[in-house]
Design a protein around this ligand. Sequence first.
Ligand code: ARG
Length: 400
Amino acid sequence: MARAKKVVLAYSGGVDTSVCIPYLKHEWGVEEVIALAADLGQGDELEPVREKALKSGASESIVADVKLSFVKDYAFRAIQANALYENRYPLGTSLARPLIAKVLVETAEKYGADAIAHGCTGKGNDQVRFDVSVAALNPSLKILAPAREWGMSREETIAYGEKFGISSPVKKSSPYSIDRNLLGRSIEAGILEDPTTEPPEEIYLMTKAIANTPNEPEYIEIGFTRGIPTTLNGESKNPVDLIEQLNTVVGNHGVGRIDMIENRLVGIKSREIYESPAMCVLIQAHRDLESLTLTADVTHYKRGIEETYSQIVYNGLWYNPLKTALDAFIQDTQERVSGTVRVKLFKGNAFIVGRKSEHSLYSPDLATYGAEDKFDHRAAEGFIYVWGLPTRIWAHQGRS
Ligand code: ARG
């Protein structure tokens, strides 16, 4: 029995997703495969990708430009949440998956498909993100993941494809597994699997080696409106341009490289290298503006929310009710997070060197050590008496 009649496949143009097309049709009895490639700013020419799907046997091949939504509805939300998985990874790959899932579901609904498919294997996080997101958006759609079941080695996959006229990659295929979009690059496998080995310089494309960065610092000014970055050096930017330009400026100073051992949801520890220049600096600057404009208790409480938020995004729960509830909290906190942050880029560092906001809670009269000081020093004594009372009682008790 066929597993599905009409399938929308998440298509990248690579060997695995190309082989999925004949595999779905010939091994799993699917009648029609519609290929969908999402343009997330991965920098590939997408017209050849579109054509390759048709040559591989797809009945329709669609390219969806989702760059604007990717930045506005996903990346900017993550910046408001200061989202860094395990305190480091700005989630460039993780954020793309729920959006691809959304377009897959919309396309399936439009074309009357009964399933969606993807080329993920059974070892990674992306399969979880696709499957759970699709289920959340349309639980009646079936999800097919041929690469999770076919058990073919890389060579066997290529040989299978060749039987159906799918050429193996023209360029010498990279020894690494690379995922790229507007928010950055995620690089793993090959010699990177040895966690003691320093990543070779050749893997980086968006960030310069320190030896090649400018010998003069560069100052940039990022403007935020309610926690959303809106200006660069005083000029309003549309979301996609802002990210692209920041990637160039920041990457030029070698900022945004991350080399980490991370915990995948499926229980495996993996070594991943990231370069994510714009996101790293935007989160750093946004967090700084929050420390100027949010009260201490909101700032501290939000840290916990951010940790949970990062985990649920990483773990594929973008469309989960907990995420929606956390979003509501985060949105509420952003009301006054407007202003500008000055960043100095130099030799692999991004230093925050200045910040201002019309909603600033910083009071020079209270903070100063000079003569203008308005803080009532005598009030501190009574405050400390009450604040320290439980500790004082505890200490007395221990001595008796
Ligand atoms: N570890 C990252 C994540 O789970 C990236 C996964 C894709 N990485 C890759 N090199 N293909 O979000």
